[in-house]
Design a protein around this ligand. Structure first.
Ligand code: THU
Length: 128
């Protein structure tokens, strides 16, 4: 299954009764496996979590801590831009050159990189 198909599939499982905005994320780990996540909202709004966070949590729970590729999809007018917090979460497990594809359900795709999404990210190396 392609990353796009995996992200489209898991997007249908999003729990987004408050925003109505379903997001799916599929990431390829350094092990070659695909991990999926969807946004999970909450009646206490700030407790909701993004699709990217779910996919990264699934990868880490499987024992993998490096991202090879990221794909995010929503039914948005432009390829869905990850929020600032998700850019930081992605950067933790990726290289600046790691490819990230932002997509719409309608079929538009924007291929970018982790470094373009969050230039100058604060990393563990900054604490050495
Ligand atoms: N959302 C994501 O899951 N990922 C993004 O990159 C952008 C926003 C979710 C959070 C919330 O459940 C809904 O979209 C509206 O903000």
């Amino acid at each position: 299954m392609s990353l796009r198909d995996a992200a489209l599939f898991v997007r249908e499982r999003a729990y987004a009764p408050y925003s109505g905005f379903k997001v799916g994320a599929a990431v390829k780990g350094s092990d070659g496996a695909v991990y999926r996540g969807c946004n999970v909202e909450n009646a206490a709004y700030p407790e909701g979590t993004c699709a990217e966070a779910g996919a990264i949590a699934a990868m880490v729970a499987a024992g993998v801590t490096r991202l090879a590729e990221v794909y995010v999809i929503a039914d948005s007018p432009r390829p869905v831009p990850p929020c600032g917090g998700c850019r930081q979460k992605i950067a933790e497990f990726a290289d600046p050159g790691t490819p990230v594809t932002l997509a719409t359900v309608a079929g538009e795709e924007l291929v970018t990189t982790v470094g373009e999404l969050l230039p100058g990210a604060f990393l563990s190396s900054d604490m050495e």
